[in-house]
Design a protein around this ligand. Structure first.
Ligand code: BG6
Length: 479
């Protein structure tokens, strides 16, 4: 269990994020004995509900696989209680304080974790109320915050200023849940614990890097919300850029959070803002069979919206290691499959000993089905000297007990409880990330780029293959 005993307050406890991610993650930690049984969890939101309804809320998305899980859930629910209140009323936060004090009297908790699972509009009012009413001298305070962290450089800085006036950077944990994913965490080990990878990880050997996020579902149910942001703010500027950072950064001095984050910021600062020519945008229409509706058919989406639901963008890192190597980020909704992967493609072999060669690739599959595989040339078994592209395959499901892989949120909440910032986004890191994307987002927001319509359930907009080819990607015999 964590070093301190906590009271955990989940703000926005009736919302989707809390139900689908926060409570299941807290339960996962509890079940696996990472959360002290003295911990108390208090949900806070506007909706009025009694304890039974709240328990229903907490349990809704918790998957129970055994009788022990059932029993554990019963015990877990005993740690949970609910307080309803507005997000801007001191009296309501004082009410919350009464509950916190009550539970702390019995638990003796010396630390408080406030988990903000809230819409951006109430973010600052809630932070102010917490600071005023629930911030106790002598208690360790930790605040987990969720994206969106602003809309662009300016609004992100404003938010950082306002939040920074209330809580110290030490107390703030900005979540990017991709940093809690097993294969994303594995990047540090793959790169810095393997001599065979370390020495070729640069522009002399690597031709291009592809980082791809594909989702099968569209924006169903949250089109109106999504429309304000678009896929670049929703996925690329945060999740994919974080992956890029870990693929590209220099080795940190140590695994200490500040050493790691110093290197992440440094590599981001070497990236120039994205150019209009280095972007391809798409928006999904109806599926070929007409069964799935297009993005614009969603009543909550403004008519004629040009918001991209697909984006491909190429970034260049202007440092000694990476100069000239394209990093192609691609992400989209309503595509043919669900998949997140990193594909590092090496340069062609020099010489002409063999015909029909495919390039080497290191592929790191983040999800589904965690895997690392290396595409390499091999002799086709049998008589003759034919080459064949083959995989050196480390699929987790066949090599490891992959049921031990935690949910990203479990891993991150545990880090926050332990005061470890390495997998959270630092303020200057966020700033550097926004600098890369803000100019192109402005161009898009002003309607200067028309997204290409692609059918729901397809591989994405026409032109994607040409786009990646333009940046040097060679399609192998297998993909
Ligand atoms: C969220 C985005 O941050 O990440 C969603 O807002 C997206 O649009 C989700 O679906 C993807 O996360 P995961 O863990 O399901 O890959």
């Amino acid at each position: 269990t964590s070093t301190h005993l906590y009271t955990i307050v989940v703000l926005g406890a009736s919302g989707d994020l809390a139900k689908k991610k926060t409570f299941p993650a807290l339960f996962g930690l509890y079940k696996n004995n990472y959360l002290s049984h003295q911990t108390r969890i208090i949900g806070y939101a506007r909706t009025k509900m009694d304890q039974a309804t709240f328990e229903g809320h907490v349990s809704k998305y918790i998957k129970l696989k055994s009788d022990e899980d059932n029993a554990a859930l019963k015990d877990f629910l005993k740690l949970c209680s609910y307080v309803s209140g507005q997000y801007d009323k001191d009296a309501d936060f004082q009410n919350l304080e009464v509950r916190i004090s009550e539970v702390e009297k019995t638990s003796g908790a010396e630390a408080r974790l406030f988990y903000m699972a809230l819409p951006p509009s109430v973010f600052i009012p809630v932070s102010e109320s917490l600071k005023k009413n629930n911030y106790k001298e002598g208690k360790i305070i930790r605040l987990i915050v969720e994206k969106p962290f602003g809309m662009d450089l300016e609004s992100s800085r404003k938010l950082a200023r306002e939040l920074g006036a209330l809580f110290s950077e030490e107390e703030i944990y900005r979540i990017d849940h991709y940093l809690g994913k097993e294969m994303v965490k594995n990047l540090m080990i793959l790169r810095f614990a393997n001599a065979i990878f370390g020495s070729v990880w640069n522009r002399h050997s690597i031709d291009n890097v592809q980082i791809t996020f594909k989702e099968k579902i569209g924006t169903e149910g949250r089109g109106g919300y999504f429309d304000e942001f678009g896929i670049i703010r929703d996925v690329m500027q945060n999740h994919l850029l974080q992956i890029l950072t870990l693929v590209a950064m220099e080795p940190p001095v140590s695994l200490d959070a500040e050493d790691v984050r110093d290197e992440k910021v440094k590599v981001l600062r070497f990236i120039s803002p994205i150019e209009k020519d280095d972007v391809l945008l798409g928006q999904y229409g109806k599926s070929e069979d007409g069964k799935e509706l297009g993005y614009l058919d969603d009543k909550t989406v403004p008519k004629g919206s040009k918001t991209p639901t697909y984006a491909a963008a190429t970034l260049f890192i202007n440092n000694e290691r990476w100069s000239g190597v394209p990093f192609v980020l691609k992400c989209g909704k309503a595509l043919n499959q669900q998949k997140t992967e990193i594909r590092i493609q090496f340069k062609d072999v020099v010489g002409n000993l063999f015909k029909s060669l495919s390039r080497n690739e290191i592929v790191i599959r983040v999800q589904p089905g965690e895997a690392v595989y290396v595409k390499m040339m091999n002799k086709e078994p049998g008589l003759g000297m034919k080459t064949i592209i083959s995989d050196l395959d480390l699929s987790y499901s066949s090599r490891f007990n992959d049921s031990v892989i935690p949910e990203a949120y479990e891993s991150l909440i545990l880090d926050a409880l332990n005061g470890d910032h390495s997998n959270f986004v630092r303020d200057d890191e966020l700033d550097a990330a926004w600098k890369i994307f803000t100019p192109i987002l402005k161009t898009i927001d002003e309607g200067h780029i028309d997204p290409v319509t692609y059918p729901y359930g397809s591989r994405g907009p026409a032109g994607v293959t040409e786009f990646v080819a333009k940046y040097g990607y060679h399609r192998g015999s297998q993909e």
